[in-house]
Design a protein around this ligand. Structure first.
Ligand code: ADP
Length: 682
């Protein structure tokens, strides 16, 4: 049913069918109704005409021109002859209100008869209905069944219009047979159908020809398209017309031409594609082997990366756990390209701990800001390394941190450098101490050799003297002496010389012994075991004073000890320190005045500072710094001593982490200040 020929046939037939339906079910009923209405109006108009005739004769009766009887007869005569309609079959009848039939052209048998009992097949009392209608409204339509015109056998439905002529009490009526209307309508329908048939008969061949003219080329086009779809692209569609189908065939031909070109191209392309597919397959095989190689490489890379990561982690752990301060920097250049500063890129924990700087505060910041200085520290050295890539190493004292550093500078990349700094302050201090010790030792050796040399020279000189004296003695003894007296006299001088020489030799050896003992003492104090603890200095000084009671009394000096704060140290050594100092204070008092010795103490700058003050002879400023040197004595002739006391004191204090200094004015007295750690120091 979807076939195009059915669609085209439908286009031709549907209007015809619609047209027939329109006539049959709309136009014919409308016409029928209009005829019916027309007839109804006609019956009314005709009845009115009949009434007009009656009225005319009534007026003649009124005027006296005619008697009622005559007037009525004439009127009846005229109305009876007033037939109308197609075959002049339509008529009027007149009955009165009795109802008696007065005149009926086709039923003269009824004239003069009472009509009240006449019923139609439906049971309607026809004439009673007429009377009732006129009595009710004066006129009106009544439907009923009645014989068809003059044929008493044929009873048909009828619609009549009845009106009363009051002066004579007559009812005039005329009607229309409903069948007449239906017949007229049937006639119209018949002729309409006839005309429609005629029209269809004419139009159908036209439609058929028209359909064929469309279908034929279309079928040809379909056949052509089938051929094309079967792969035959060499044919052409030939259609001889000038309409859209011709355009369609032209388009199809164009399409096929293009399709043919395309197919050829496509064939060429697919040939090429096949070739390329082959190549691609080859390439795929190569790619697969490459992929395998890549996979193997990837595995290796992954392993290498893992190893790298592990080594990176190790490196990072090393970086963070290093005790050396490691800092990575990058140079900052000015517009001329000169390195003017450097910024910190990374640093390890040791750096933040030793420098006291916060990592977040310094990363990315320039050195001038981090170290708060106008000139970035060691910029020249650092930029030299970063620009040349040549590593560099140096040691320096960095004043802002009061520390010595050993710094290695390396460049891990362009314009970058890393510093690996080791805090060598302790080593440096140790070195300084060793240097000082060496110096001191040199001094000790020098002084010891010098001091030991003079008694040795003495011994050497006097032993030579002794030798000469012995020679003299031998010579004297070789000579002939007559008397003992003479011998004695001759021996006297050499004997005296010998005694002198022996005396000096002896005293020199005693001196040497003392010096050697002193050196031994010095070396022992330097090696003595220390027991560091909190010391009650008041107790220690009380013991010192008590031990010196005899000397104090002998000197007649007054010794005063203030309250002394406790400190940390070795009890024996600290006792030794203060024994020496108090001993010296007593030894170097001025004999011209009463000796006053005061021992005081305080805590200053977190250190215990004790002072042993006397009003003795004082020390010349030129000698003040030498008094701590080994065997240094200002006036050996006046005072006993080895010149070792203060040397030992300083040595002990160094070991205890303390210090000693002197403040003195010749003729006024001396103050020795001893510094020791407090009990809170560790
Ligand atoms: P010694 O007392 O055995 O000579 P020291 O090393 O104790 O050796 O003293 C070195 C020198 O320092 C002394 O010879 C003395 O000249 C000087 N000296 C030390 N203490 C005092 C003091 N309280 N007053 C004056 N001079 C002093």
């Amino acid at each position: 049913m979807n076939s195009i020929k059915f669609k085209l046939a439908a286009i031709g037939l549907i209007p015809i069918v619609l047209f027939v339906f329109l006539i049959m079910f709309y136009l014919i009923p409308v016409i029928k109704n209009s005829i019916y209405q027309e007839k109804k109006i006609q019956t009314r108009e005709m009845t009115n005409t009949a009434l007009g005739v009656l009225d005319h004769y009534h007026q003649l009766e009124q005027k006296g021109d005619l008697t009622r009887q005559k007037a009525q007869d004439r009127a009846l005569q005229i109305i009876k002859s007033m037939t109308f309609g197609n075959e002049r079959q339509d008529y009027f009848w007149i009955n009165d209100t009795e109802p008696l039939m007065i005149m009926h052209p086709f039923r003269p048998d009824l004239e003069g008869r009472n009509l009240a009992g006449i019923q139609d097949p439906e049971g309607i009392y026809i004439f009673r209905e007429f009377v009732a209608k006129v009595q009710d409204k004066g006129s009106g339509y009544v439907s009923y069944h009645w014989q068809y015109y003059d044929d008493p056998e044929r009873i048909e439905p009828k619609l009549s219009y009845v009106a009363e002529f009051e002066p004579w009490q007559w009812i005039v009526g005329t009607g229309v047979y409903v069948n007449d209307v239906n017949e007229t309508a049937a006639q119209i329908r018949g002729s309409a159908l006839l005309w429609t048939l005629l029209f269809v008969m004419i139009i159908l061949p036209v439609v058929f020809i028209f359909i064929l003219s469309i279908l034929r080329p279309l079928l040809k086009a379909v056949f052509f398209a089938d051929m094309v779809s079967a792969g035959n692209l060499d044919e052409r569609l030939e259609i001889k017309s000038n309409d859209e189908i011709k355009f369609l065939s032209d388009s199809l031909n164009k399409m096929v031409t293009k399709l043919r070109d395309m197919v050829r191209k496509e064939q060429a392309i697919s040939a090429k594609a096949r070739e390329q597919t082959k190549k691609a397959e080859q390439a795929a095989r190569v790619a697969e082997s490459a992929r395998r190689q890549t996979e193997a490489a990837r595995v290796k890379t992954h392993q290498a990366l893992q190893a790298l990561q592990e080594s990176d982690e190790k490196l990072n752990t090393l970086f963070e756990s290093m005790t050396e301060m490691v800092v990575l920097h990058e140079l900052i250049f000015d517009q001329k390209g000169n390195a003017v500063d450097y910024r910190i890129i990374d640093c390890n924990k040791a750096f933040t701990q030793i420098s006291g700087l916060n990592k977040e505060d310094i990363i990315g910041k320039p050195a001038t800001l981090v170290y708060q200085s106008d000139d970035p520290p060691y910029l020249k050295k650092y930029s030299g390394v970063a620009l040349s890539g040549e590593p560099h190493h140096f040691e320096d004292y960095y004043a802002p941190m009061d520390k010595y550093f050993s710094i290695s500078v390396v460049s891990p990349g362009t314009n970058r450098f890393a510093t690996i700094a080791t805090d060598i302050t302790a080593t440096k201090k140790m070195q300084q101490m060793i240097a000082a010790k060496n110096k001191e030792l040199e001094q000790v050796v020098y002084i010891a050799s010098h001091d030991l040399r003079s008694p040795l020279v003495n011994i050497d000189g006097y032993s030579r003297e002794l030798k000469y004296s012995l020679k003299d003695l031998a010579m004297i003894l070789d000579q002939e002496h007559t008397a003992m007296e003479e011998l004695r006299a001759a021996l006297k001088t050499p004997m005296e010389d010998m005694a002198d020489a022996l005396h000096y030799i002896r005293s020199s050896s005693t001196q040497m012994d003392a010096l050697l003992k002193g050196l031994l003492k010095l070396s022992r104090t330097g090696r003595a075991n220390l027991s560091i603890e909190a010391l009650d200095m008041n107790k220690i000084l009380a013991e010192v004073i008590e031990a010196m009671e005899f000397q104090i009394k002998e000197s007649g000096a007054e010794v005063h000890v203030d309250y002394l704060p406790p400190c940390r140290g070795d009890q024996i050594q600290v006792n030794q320190i203060f024994s020496n100092l108090v001993g010296n204070a007593l030894k170097f008092l001025d004999s011209s005045r009463k000796g006053l010795i005061r021992i005081s103490g305080q805590i200053k700058d977190g250190r215990c500072v004790y002072c042993v003050k006397d009003n003795g002879i004082g020390i010349d400023p030129a000698h003040q710094k030498n008094i701590f040197e080994v065997f240094h004595r200002l006036d050996p002739s006046k005072h006993e001593g080895e010149g070792l006391g203060l040397t030992i004191v300083r040595q002990v204090l160094e070991r205890l982490g303390g210090d000693i200094r002197v403040k003195s004015e010749p003729g006024l007295g001396s103050s020795f200040f001893v510094t020791l750690p407090t009990v809170y120091d560790k």
